[in-house]
Design a protein around this ligand. Structure first.
Ligand code: ATP
Length: 212
């Protein structure tokens, strides 16, 4: 089943909203409430949710717990994904310290760097290895996902080395460079500058009344 990216993003938002409902003890929620909280049309919410089978009753709303479990099962198989981070500089460390990054769905099990001041140390409680040990550690730990936070100039090389020597399935790349990965690997780029440029572009467009 192919799901468009904006749909996936909305589903993630639904899960987050349902988490908040659970925490506050709310048992039932309507598509209208979900839509209002997230700035999404109720009809869109209903459409998204019905896509995965009928889980709400018309006029009654959705059972928070059931919907939460259901949506979660689409995203996270019942296992904890093991992740390794390569390049623990300012950005990498910031991500490791980011609370929203704590989840039962994944765990960062190893860090890699070339900096002797970082190698052998624990950073945010996670061991930092010499990048030369990458192949061995990735295989021993069963790492399937990489987060790349090296400088752009080092990213392709570390990715080549990791993907050719360990069963890596996905890469979240924060290095501001276009990476080439083997066909079996899913690559996702997070480039904050591109996002900011996009935002500024649309602000400008809006100011000009839609004309470039
Ligand atoms: P810092 O000042 O701590 O190095 P930074 O974010 O300014 O932080 P960057 O130059 O962006 O540093 O590098 C990010 C991290 O990637 C650093 O910790 C650096 O040591 C590490 N790094 C650089 N090259 C490699 C490489 N080939 N393999 C693994 N890590 C690397």
């Amino acid at each position: 089943m192919r799901i468009a990216e904006p749909t996936v993003e909305r589903l993630v938002q639904y899960i987050r909203f349902l988490e908040r409902c659970r925490e506050s003890g709310k048992r039932v929620v309507s598509s209208q409430e979900i839509g209002d909280a997230l700035g999404i049309k109720a009809s869109q919410v209903r459409k998204d949710l019905s896509y995965f089978g009928e889980i709400g009753k018309r006029g009654v709303g959705y059972n928070v717990e059931k919907l939460y479990q259901h949506l979660n099962s689409i995203f996270a198989p019942p296992k904890t994904w093991k992740i390794a981070m390569i390049g623990v500089g300012n950005l990498g460390e910031a991500l490791l310290g980011y609370k929203a990054f704590e989840s039962e769905k994944f765990r960062i099990v190893a860090l890699f760097d070339i900096d002797p001041n970082k190698i052998g140390r624990k950073i945010h409680g996670i061991h930092c290895y010499d990048v030369e040990e990458m192949s061995k550690v990735l295989n021993e730990e069963g790492v399937e996902v990489l987060i790349i936070t090296t400088p752009a100039s080092a990213a392709q090389d570390v990715v080549d080395r990791a993907t050719s020597s360990a069963p890596i399935k996905g890469i979240l790349n924060f290095a501001p460079t276009a990476l080439v990965v083997p066909e079996h690997v899913i690559l996702y780029n997070v480039d904050i500058f591109i996002e900011l440029e996009k935002l500024l572009f649309y602000i400008k467009l809006k100011e000009r009344g839609g004309n470039i």
